[in-house]
Design a protein around this ligand. Structure first.
Ligand code: HEM
Length: 386
């Protein structure tokens, strides 16, 4: 009588660890490209280049004008929008080319990050290197990336009629979603890293996670400051308009509008946000050093506090110097460093993802991936042809 044995339980092997290292390395490359993308996006905004390309052509738009006639055509399109007629009338084609190249580079990097993410994802999936549970997280990040492209265009569209610059609501949303994608990629990458120390206690984990949340809120508020050019007034610190709490913070009706539309209130709230991040990071550092003395978690909490301190100092410098390009760009880039480190630290306090207990998913799932990519492609390109 033949014995029917139950399937042997799946045991994680060296191959799983090797796959994790590969996937992690790829996600670090994605993080680098994302970082460059955000910095070039900041430069695009600060050089007021963001409205120079007035169409959305996700795939076709990769080719810039190649001859004089095409440059003239592109320039003529720009001459139709209020930013040209009200602010830049008489701009030379050479000046137009320089703003064009910033926006083009930003869009090119955005497309590149899409490829750097999607192609290896398909290859890793096809070669069964994506462990169970990881696929939905990675596809989720991919979808957020697609959404970000659409939000980028939604933001640009707000500056093409009636206004000479984009809506601060949309700018802040675009920046915050970029920050969210960066955070999610970092969290997944660090979850795949080997961790030499056990996870921290729940309250340390929660506080570390709360700092990530606060950093994201602070970035949203920074986006509002930038979108309203609110850093060009009240260039004193610690006082604002001669007081710790300036007057006329609720001058617009209804009151909620002040928090998004009044440069004074928005700048004040961004200051308050910074003080909050600072205080919570300080508290977290002290508490972690007491609770887990000598641990990696305590060292990271300390470094996180130092990074927040540096970022707040750069913010004050940006304000006092009335927002010169190099300071504003450093302030934006460093915000991403603080956020990225906070996210890595938070993931670190939770320990690595448990090793897989089941083999990776079957190859047929790659078919769904390809199908989804084809649908996205047609969704974004089809309107060009109809
Ligand atoms: C943890 C602390 C802080 C974080 C994470 C942070 C983050 C940001 C971000 C992401 C932006 C948008 C940058 C852009 O899109 O160009 C911004 C803008 C700005 N922040 Fe902060 N900030 C912090 C603290 C401060 C402080 C303490 C000040 C001054 C008191 C400050 C002053 C400014 C100013 C003036 C801008 C506008 C710069 C521009 O127009 O480009 N920030 N901040």
């Amino acid at each position: 009588m033949a014995a029917v044995s139950a399937a042997a339980p799946y045991v994680a092997r060296d191959r799983d660890l090797h796959n994790r290292a590969l996937v992690r390395g790829w996600l670090y490359v994605v993080l680098l490209v994302l970082f460059a993308l955000v910095v070039v996006g900041g430069a695009t905004r600060l050089t007021e280049s963001g409205l120079s390309i007035t169409e959305w052509q996700p795939i076709h738009g990769i080719i810039p004008p190649l001859n004089d006639a095409e440059w003239q055509e592109e320039f003529q399109r720009y001459q139709q929008i209020p930013q040209y007629t009200e602010l830049n009338k008489g701009m030379s084609i050479e000046a137009f080319k320089s703003i064009f190249w910033w926006e083009w580079a930003h869009r090119l990097l955005a497309r590149s990050v899409g490829l750097v993410f999607a192609l290896p994802l398909l290859v890793f999936w096809g070669s069964r290197r994506i462990e169970r549970g990881l696929g939905p997280k990675l596809v989720g990040i991919l979808l957020l990336g697609g959404l970000q492209g659409a939000i980028g265009w939604w933001m640009v569209a707000s500056g093409l009629v009636d206004r000479v610059s984009v809506s601060q609501y949309r700018l802040a949303t675009h920046l915050t979603l970029a920050a969210l994608i960066f955070t999610a990629t970092m969290v997944v990458a660090r979850g795949l890293a080997p961790h030499s120390e056990p996870a921290a206690d729940r309250s340390t984990q929660r506080l570390a996670g709360f700092i990530v949340f606060l950093a994201l809120v602070q970035i949203y508020l920074g986006g509002l400051v930038a979108g309203l050019d609110a850093g060009l007034s009240y260039n004193t610190w610690p006082l604002m308009d001669g007081k710790i709490i300036p007057g006329d913070l609720l001058i617009l009706e209804p009151a909620w509008r002040n928090f998004f539309e009044s440069p004074k209130t928005v700048q004040f709230i961004h200051r308050l946000g910074a003080y909050t991040v600072f205080a919570v990071a300080l508290w977290h550092m002290i508490a972690t050093r007491r609770r887990l003395p000598g641990s990696t978690h305590a060292r990271r909490a300390t470094l996180l506090f130092v990074l927040v301190l540096v970022q707040a100092s750069i913010g004050v410098g940006t304000l006092l110097m009335q927002v010169p390009l190099h300071m504003a760009l450093t302030h934006q880039a460093f915000a991403l460093i603080v956020l990225g480190f906070a996210a890595a630290h938070w993931r670190g306090t939770k320990g690595a993802y448990p090793l897989p207990t089941r083999p990776p998913m079957k190859r047929r799932y790659i078919l769904f991936g390809l199908l989804a990519a084809a649908i996205v492609y047609f969704a974004v390109e089809l309107p060009r042809y109809v």
